[in-house]
Design a protein around this ligand. Structure first.
Ligand code: PEP
Length: 262
């Protein structure tokens, strides 16, 4: 499929890390360094407790804010949960849905991912829907089959109208926090498959518009070759996003690949 490549989209998932002062400091450093990577889209995804501090630190910049999860109901007796409208109120434009840690540690299923994706879109948030196979599935040659199932349910039976520009993060579970990255060829195979799946389900326009991120031990040293692949539009970064130099280094290397393509 021919499409114009856009500049990298890079989101930092801070997971359950950083207190208020550290979160604000890191955000300020990223806002300062943002001038060196002006074309890229940057999104910071702190824990809920730091959303307000990060929103304050990035105010006036074009760095985006996201949350790590949401609940599908808007309000009510759901102790411990946070809804889409609440995240909008807190300044979020994005929300992760179905991160593998939510799936593996907190019982998230493809069905709940679908409900959350719909709830995010209804609240005006852009969901970053995470998919990815575990090592046994890859070794058994069932990675693409698993991704298809996650997409079918994770996009929650959305209609063409519901879906404009979706963000999908392909994160092979065996590469998250392990230091082991998918090779550019391995990642591109799945990214191209995801884009084709979107084309088959939602049409070529949706597929061309979709932003498909790679996640799994991304660092400055591997972002350049990964971003050179046709269907890798950016990254969802965990560990390396906790350091401003590492995060901006990843963006800078992807941008270098993007500029070379022009
Ligand atoms: C993630 O948690 O989404 C992730 C990709 O983590 P890491 O970069 O640390 O592998």
């Amino acid at each position: 499929m021919t499409r114009r490549r856009r500049a990298p989209f890079v989101a930092g998932n801070w997971k359950m890390n950083l207190g208020l002062r550290e979160a604000a400091d890191l955000s300020r450093k990223i806002v300062e360094a943002r001038a060196s990577v002006p074309e890229a889209t940057l999104v910071l995804i702190p824990p809920y407790t730091a959303l307000a501090a990060v929103a304050g630190a990035i105010a006036g910049s074009d760095v985006g804010l996201g949350a790590q999860d949401l609940y599908w109901e808007k309000q009510g007796a759901f102790t411990g949960e946070v809804s889409g409208p609440m995240l909008r109120d807190a300044g979020c434009g994005y929300v992760l849905v179905g991160h593998s840690e939510r799936r593996q540690l907190f019982g998230e299923t493809d069905e709940t991912v679908g409900r959350k994706t719909r709830a995010a879109l209804e609240s005006g948030l852009t969901p970053i829907v995470c998919v990815g196979e575990v090592l046994e599935e890859r070794d058994a040659g069932r990675a693409l089959e698993r991704i298809d199932a996650q997409l079918a349910k994770g996009l929650g039976g959305l209609s063409k109208g519901d879906l404009s520009c979706i963000v999908i993060a392909y994160e092979p579970v065996w590469a998250i926090g392990t230091g082991r990255t998918a090779t550019p060829v391995q990642a591109e195979e799945v990214h191209a498959h995801i884009r084709q799946w979107i084309a088959d389900s939602y049409g070529n326009e949706a597929a061309a518009c979709a932003i498909i991120l790679y996640g799994g031990s991304v660092k400055p040293a591997n972002s350049y070759p990964l971003f050179r692949e046709n269907d890798i539009d950016g990254f969802l970064v965990g560990g390396a996003s906790l350091d401003a130099g590492g995060f901006i280094g990843i963006v800078g290397e992807a941008l270098r690949a993007h500029r070379e393509e022009k």
